[in-house]
Ligand binder design. Sequence first.
Ligand code: BF8
Length: 643
Amino acid sequence: MSTCDAGCGKHDHRSADPVAVEMLAIADREQYDNQWSRYEKQQPQCSYGQLGTCCKICSMGPCRIDPFGEGPTQGVCGATADTIVARNLARMAAAGSSSHSDHGRKAALLLKAVATGANTNYQLTDTDKLVAVATRIGIPTEGRGFPEIANDLADAAINCFGKQDDEPIIFLKKFMPKKRYQHLKNLEKTLLESTGSVIGLLPRGIDREAVDILHRTHFGCDADPLSLIAQSIRCSLADGWGGSMIATSVQDILLGTPTIKTIKANLGVLEIDSVNVVIHGHEPILSAKIVEMAQKPEIHQAAVVAGATRVNIVGLCCTGNEVLLRQGVGMAGNEAHSELAIMTGAVDAMVVDVQCIYPALADLASCFHTRFITTSDQAKIPGAVHIQFHEDQADAISLKILNEAIAAFPRRNKNRINIPEHTATAMVGFTVEEILKALGGTPKSLIDLILNGTIKGVAGIVGCNNVKVQQDLFHRQLTAELIKRDILVIGTGCWAIGAAKAGLMDLSAQELAGDGLKAVCKQLGIPPVLHMGSCVDCSRMLVLAGAIADHLDLDISQLPLVGSAPEWTTEKAVAIGSYFVGSGIPVHLWPLPPILGSPAVTSILTEGAKDLLGGYFFVEEDPLVAADKMEAIIMERRAALSI
Ligand code: BF8
């Protein structure tokens, strides 16, 4: 499987990244199992699953509905394709929201421990952000000490997870722009009047909305697609404006708010003479500490004694994004690079926390000297070395992990080392704070540029890699096409890593932008594609959208903003897409979500949502056509605002 389907022999249809192609040639030669080879063995994949019409919620099933009318039209209990698809989608949103939010919970609990002095391994690093977030939430700050403020903020955040009253969670209430909040409140009222039933959209509790989905999708409960989708949106809003917002805000307070910096991206960040430690997963509470501890003289000394020049920490996926933005750590790659990194033979340890970690990494690591180290009781993988992480022993555990990596270094097989040379340069760290700083402190100049048409609008992109799409191809083509059309592109996650690897975050990418965007980027000294962080940092995009909306006294659904999740893979991406839609932003998706087996669900998400929420989903396979559609949405919104 080394050339394209058309047999042109010129490119590898598995990846658009030449570095990955180089590694895949080695994988083919050495017959290393990988996601592409396993995908091939899975063919043909189940079409009921692809359409979303398989139900295995009770033991009378599994039941399946053929949407083309061949066979039964209901499951044993009478569930239709519409019910089954809506329930499956709701469960995806619940799982995705729970992953982000549980991450946020851990950050909030750590903030509490630091504030009370129970944890001395971490500090209140960004007290400006602490005061800013506390003020926004309505916590008094005047004349109070930082630990006291942090304690109240931690309590407010923790309360968002477990409170039992019906009031919307405080983070959403205070961060969501006024008009959007009011719109959702009014919509709840209108839906109650028109349907006679309660259809809630504003989340009451982060945990509660996920549990609500597990309850209502249990055998014999909610069968109504509209009600199920509304709850999916509500649960996802609890993620975006709650769990993820808490994760981002608290991590900034504890670890520092990222600032603009220039880094290197791709497998070339691995160093032949260094102890290479790849940190992979999502929660920077551990990975940021590993980066910090790697600077200790005793660690450097131990590496030298083992025969290495130094310890070189590099990132993968979203925990990589976190330390990339805060600590300037090189980025080895996105999701589809995780196996390729180990195949270089130069990774001495891969240290993982939670989410997006292939269990296959344990087997692959065992073919090399690589120590594959799991650290979370929530992500244990057979075959891995498990070193349990405890926040209150973070320094000591990080040192232990680093010493494992150093011990592995002398066991490298030099004949099996293949580090691709290439890296791209990327300017990263565009938090809302940094964007506003570059623009003179307020969103006004960005708004003026949008109003006068120099920038047509803003596209927020998030996304993974998905073996069904040529790695990074959609990310590269869509992004390049949007900036060419004077659309500023911001985003997070594995999309951001793909864009960085492609050089789209280098200053030289200014030349690829349309005249208006190019001039702005040159004047500000920034690239036309802005890295805002990890997937929980999609909350930064919400804050930016909210700042623009409030400044103009408009609803987000009126702004020339559009979202995309190309190459999406995970349930977390379903949650992100859903909270964008619930926040009033249309979202492009590729590959197809598992909803097409239900005409009702498809119609609600692609059409009904537009009328009710302003945001909606659309699918498009071709990156250039996707760019056309995204531009058309921006132009439609501009026209409605007469700009
Ligand atoms: O957290 S690491 S594969 S899920 S994009 Fe996608 Fe990448 Fe996972 Fe979002 Ni981030």
